[in-house]
Ligand binder design. Structure first.
Ligand code: HEM
Length: 415
């Protein structure tokens, strides 16, 4: 058996923090392979990239999620004891809860809520001197996510809850005061949502049976018991928070439309082009760099031994831009999705494998439908100017966003 190639130096934490999207693929390229060994946060870690690596990551029984996520990510982005850390039957059972929210009529209902909000917001945009698109989208999606999930959102709380949801996904990977801000946001958001769960349970809050609040509040685990209100809050936030996070993909989509004006016209002339366009945005723009698992029992892959206890990181962005799977991967070319067969391992912006059996994101259809609704609105429903501004992507951020957050001026509603 060969030994796994090692990265330079003893610990790669700083190199990964400095270059979260390129560190794994660049190191793999330097070492001429799909994987290497290093230490991250003092722990022995195997980093992997590419479709073949994704296939083993999602199909190998020796890999588990329990204990794989760094505590700092659990205390901000994900919360503790939610689905992300479950394995086996407990995971599959909890996953049914999330998948039950994803019927096509429900995804359409969320899209309609967003479209109504967009109509309302665009009226104010016409009177505004400037519109910062990313900020508006975050607020629209916070309202839409809460309404759709059965979570009451008083008008006076819209700004605070939008800021809390944003801190959870935008500042989770940060260090210093931003990280502490994200921890505080998690604490407050969980307290808020646990209160909602308790009100659904005691009947003082009536929500539709199909709403996420109702489904999570009444879900029974494998042992037949309700989730504790803390775990239920983590899971309901696992619905609300990532819907708001789709705002980052939408700002990236606006950036792509601006940089590739020929696609504005294509989308206007043919709604059928929306899907390839948003898929290419999800492939081309970085979002989450990697996902983590842990080796529960030794296994072998391609003659390499994966020793028990090691953490394994699968590179998402590098896999989406791997030249072995994609022609000219650094070029923005939506047409590549026009007649592409689905492959669960080479296009993994929201994880790979099977939605029901693996940890693949159950919210992919929501992300796609929301992105399509916003893109369609930007090209068909309004005219606007894009003044001079710094549209470079802020590479120090996760996910990288246009530095100016995409400013529009002279917004006019088309009749
Ligand atoms: C901004 C768009 C989104 C991105 C980039 C994203 C990305 C991801 C990624 C990378 C994973 C982990 C996959 C893995 O561990 O293998 C994941 C899991 C998950 N996502 Fe998303 N997601 C997005 C939107 C959504 C939405 C809209 C929802 C729900 C409404 C959602 C709910 C979840 C849940 C519950 C999990 C855990 C699944 C499991 O552990 O089985 N996400 N997502």
């Amino acid at each position: 058996m060969s030994s796994i190639p090692s990265a330079k130096g003893i610990d790669s934490t700083l190199a990964l923090l400095r270059n979260p999207y390129e560190f794994i693929p660049d190191t793999c390229r330097d070492l001429e392979g799909d994987l290497f060994e290093t230490r991250i946060l003092f722990q022995k870690t195997i980093c992997m990239t590419g479709a073949a690596a994704a296939e083993v990551f999602y199909s190998e029984d020796g890999l588990v999620r329990a204990g794989s996520m760094p505590k700092r990510i659990q205390r901000t982005l994900l919360g503790e004891k939610g689905i992300q850390g479950l394995d086996g039957e407990a995971h599959r059972h909890r996953k049914r809860m999330f998948m039950s929210l994803m019927a096509s009529e429900r995804i359409e209902a969320l899209e309609n809520t967003t479209r109504d909000l967009l109509d309302r917001y665009a009226r104010d945009w016409q009177a505004a001197e400037k519109v910062v698109l990313y900020d508006e989208v975050r607020e629209i999606l916070t309202r839409a996510a809460c309404a759709w999930s059965g979570v009451p959102l008083p008008e006076a709380e819209v700004e605070t809850r939008t800021a809390q949801m944003t801190a959870l996904f935008q500042d989770a990977g940060a260090v210093g005061w931003k990280h502490w801000g994200a921890r505080l946001a998690r604490h407050r958001a969980e307290r808020w949502i646990a209160g909602i769960i308790e009100r659904v349970r005691d009947g003082s809050l009536q929500t539709g049976q199909e709403s996420a609040a109702h489904v999570v509040a009444t879900w029974r685990d494998l042992n037949g018991e309700l989730l504790t209100s803390k775990v239920a809050a983590v899971e309901l936030l696992n619905v609300v928070r990532p819907i708001v996070a789709v705002s980052a993909f939408i700002a990236q989509a606006a950036h792509a439309l601006h940089r590739h004006p020929e696609w504005r016209k294509k989308l206007k002339d043919d709604e059928g082009q929306l899907e390839p366009f948003v898929q290419e945005v999800r492939r081309f723009y970085p979002f989450f760099p990697a996902v983590a698992a842990r080796v529960k029992r030794d296994f072998e892959w391609r003659g390499y031994r994966f020793p028990e206890g090691y953490r394994v990181l699968l590179d998402l962005y590098g896999t989406n831009t791997d030249a072995r799977s994609w022609d000219a991967p650094q070029e923005f070319r939506p047409e590549r999705f026009q007649d592409r067969e689905d492959n669960p391992y080479d296009f993994i912006p929201q994880g790979g494998g099977d939605h029901h059996k693996n940890h693949r994101c159950p919210g992919e259809w929501i992300a796609i439908s929301q992105m399509k609704a916003f893109c369609s609105f930007l090209v068909n429903a309004i005219d606007f100017e894009v003044p001079d501004q710094d549209l470079d992507l802020e590479t120090g951020e996760l996910p990288p966003m246009p530095k100016s957050r995409f400013i529009m001026r002279n917004v006019r509603r088309r009749q």
